[in-house]
Ligand binder design. Structure first.
Ligand SMILES: [Fe+2]
Length: 262
């Protein structure tokens, strides 16, 4: 049995048992992900083996270039954690898309919640860039049409990763990649611009800060956003090409197992 519960134009909750999916269930799940950009499942007590197996229906798990994996057996699973002793901002506490500083960023990101704070704390905020593109003024659409952005692993968001990279970091050197700001996914146009990583546009842009500020403000308008609440044993999957996301500020314990998919 599978039940689809749309939350708005951005997210959908799916009720089913991820341990016993048939071909039709998988087809429905994949089409929801493509249509909405964010899907989530509650009450899924999966082992790492089952979690990894489930992730493979969306593609190939990739390595995260900045943190070590969970274990030798599960190098594709990374731990995204907030500890009660942490002093700085939360890991990923600024809108971004994962690994936009790599040549081929992951298509999808998944999180499985292991430890969560009380309900309403530690939400993940999402912003649909399909909607952001749709409501972008025509003048801006034309301006951004052929524009490329330069994205760096040392972009503004790096300040949120210091505590985890000190513990589990594997890579210190800066990674940089250029990507088109407007791209098409399955025939649908989206804005691909990670505020946490953007450091430059093409040389043709005279005032980087001015255009960046206008664009970021538009990309993160409340009407494009969905704030996902977590409970233990919940899985969320989003399209990393069409969805910005950010951790929200809180103090306490929270642990997620993350898999990125290419
Ligand atoms: Fe992220």
């Amino acid at each position: 049995m599978i039940k689809i519960i749309p939350k708005n134009n951005i997210a959908v909750e799916i009720e089913c048992n991820l341990k016993s999916l048939n071909k039709n269930n998988i087809k429905i799940i994949k089409s929801c992900l493509i249509k909405y950009g964010l899907i989530y499942f509650k009450k899924q007590k999966l082992t790492s083996k089952e979690y990894l197996k489930f992730s493979k229906i969306f593609g190939k798990p990739t390595f995260y270039p900045r943190l070590k994996g969970l274990s030798k057996k599960y190098p594709h699973i990374t731990v995204v954690q907030r500890k009660s002793t942490d002093k700085g901002p939360n890991f990923g506490e600024q809108f971004h898309t994962d690994s936009s500083y790599t040549k081929k960023p992951p298509k999808f990101t998944m999180l499985l919640s292991k430890i969560v704070p009380r309900k309403g704390l530690g939400n993940t905020d999402f912003s649909s860039q399909y909607l952001a593109y749709k409501y972008l003024p025509l003048k801006m659409k034309n301006k951004l049409k052929n524009l490329k952005g330069t994205f760096s692993s040392n972009g503004p968001i790096v300040k949120t990763t210091i505590e985890r990279t000190q513990e589990k970091g594997v890579l210190k050197k800066e990674l940089i990649a250029k990507h088109k700001i407007i791209r098409s996914i399955n025939g649908k146009k989206t804005i691909y611009c990670s505020p946490g990583h953007l450091i430059a546009f093409n040389k043709s842009v005279k005032n980087f800060n001015s255009l960046k500020n206008i664009l970021f403000k538009h990309q993160t308008k409340k009407q494009f956003q969905y704030s996902l609440e977590w409970e233990k044993d919940q899985i969320a999957i989003w399209d990393n090409r069409s969805m910005l996301h950010q951790a929200t500020a809180f103090n306490g314990n929270r642990k997620m197992h993350r898999i990125t998919i290419t």
